[in-house]
Design a protein around this ligand. Sequence first.
Ligand code: CUK
Ligand code: CUA
Length: 650
Amino acid sequence: MKTLTTSALTGAGCLLLGALALTNCQKSALSNDSAISADGEAAKKVYVAPGKHDEYYAYLSGGFNGQVDVYGLPSGRLLKVIPVFSQNPENGYGYNEETKPMLQTSFGQIPWDDLHHPKLSRTNGKPDGRWLFVNGNNTPRIARVDLSTFETAEIIEIPNSAGQHCSPYPTDNNEYVVAGTRFAVPIATDGSGIQDVPLDTYKDKFRASLSFIKVNKESGEMDIDFQILVPGFDFDLANGGKGPSADWMFFTSYNTEKAGTLKEIGASQNDKDYLAAINWKKAAEYARQGKAREIPANYYHNRMDEKTHTAVSTQMKSVRVLLPEDCPGMMYLIPVPKSPHGVDVDPTGENIVVSGKLAAVIPVHSYTKMLEAIKNKSFDKDINGIPVLKYESVLAGEVQKPGLGPLHTEFDNKGNAYTSMFVSSEVVKWNVKSREVLDRIPVYYSIGHLMIPGGDTQNPDGKYLLAMNKITKDRYLPTGPELAQTAQLIDISGDKMKMLLDFPTFGEPHYAQAIKADVVSKNSKKFYRLDENKHPHATTKEADARVERKGNQVHVYMTAIRSHLAPDNIEGIQVGDEVYFHVTNLEQDWDVPHGFAVMGNQNAELLVMPGQTRTLKWVPTKSGVTPFYCTDFCSALHQEMQGYARVSPK
Ligand code: CUK
Ligand code: CUA
């Protein structure tokens, strides 16, 4: 390891560890170059021959690109980019009339977000390959991606929230997807949203919200069941219990030393922060029993209608809230080293691992001991009515000298844990029972999350680990001031970890999920059925293609099939008209989309899937003859899929 500088390790992504200087440990951690098996053996392990399929789908969050990027593992080949919170000119998502409502929020249509955490839906604690839940960090939202189409099916805005980081964590049977706010904010109880109050009223007025979102078993549709409003906390990350602890959800919180003035925010003076343990079954019971107060709230629920393939945006008017002080036995606080980041529960559901970014040890808390401590009322004190358990009474033990800057932990199928070390740029393997460090491998550089397929569930695979690194530096050819973030695939099947592969990623992957390919591929849709197309502007026969004027609106009912568009010569449009091209793709075959673009159009293009209808709005600003054409090379006569629109002055 040669040229790594302090600046390489500071100011990365979501973590403000800039204050930490590079230490000597850094060097020793990185000197272990022998762990990289850049040899034929590694190449063989990641080589997927032409025409062969990968073993896993991996869904990497795109971070600040607002997308989910799908890769095959072990090859690291990019399979698809799924736009979720961000407009995508490539396929018109967020530009066409059908998908624009997906981006509706109480702030207006927001064309971007910061997407951190993908989580697969589960059945009995096992990823079932049906949906992928993701969070929008900036304008608080949770989305559901349908894995039969790899398209965003639903986005729900989260009211009473700011910095929706602590999400979306599903319970073992998708009873709930849980979403927590990062910033406590002054929440108005009259539906007016976040209040305008003096910033030094933090102590009295600011509350963080933890949202419990119900998921419909058949349709996957989401609905906020209730929120818990917690005073004086900032939540960071969460994870659900499993098996015996499946009724609990654990959240890390920080900045708990806030004494009421802003000056103290960000100062990590306390020796300890807290892990919040919430019994969600009990919370749901309290909500059912009428303990939840309904307060006005203004947020949007957007979902793709399955028949019309058009997003329907509904403004919601209220939300039910629970206050921990009204609900004894629902919430407890467990001390953890200061400034915690990730919390991860091992496959048995017994061990709760908390990573403190600034901590010298990794504490492992015991679920059994937690229950005992609660039963024996082994409380230290309470904070705003929430009991604080004694650190020692819940602690199973600590991993000593793990490395620097522990962030996230995942598990294999042999009782081992793997923790990412941001500051010392390494993955550290340790045994969950003995808490002994077994192995370490350097990663390049400054790892954030790591991911083992199933490594956050009851059934992890023990083959691969994916490291997602914040800083790339000298790993790839220089590409100007910015380099793509890097993912690194590590073989964890043996005693020693082995580096297999580097591959560049999009945006900034925070977390990822992976699943055996066949679980998803067997349900993958090949095309939409034309006879099921209930879009109000669908044209399912070419003979019905036409142009209709309604006032200053011009509706073009267009069909696309290899190799022509109908109608292809359109007259009668005037400058300033609102022209809607409703393009129906008549193909009934896999992988034959048609594109549609108009010169001078303000709204990107359309990419219309077989059997689907998509609408492009165009307001012509100039008179003249305007060509349009199919953008996707669809057949030998693709260049012939074109036409003209004549625009006359008003
Ligand atoms: S976070 Cu980015 S490395 Cu948003 Cu889960 Cu930890
Ligand atoms: Cu249709 Cu090219």
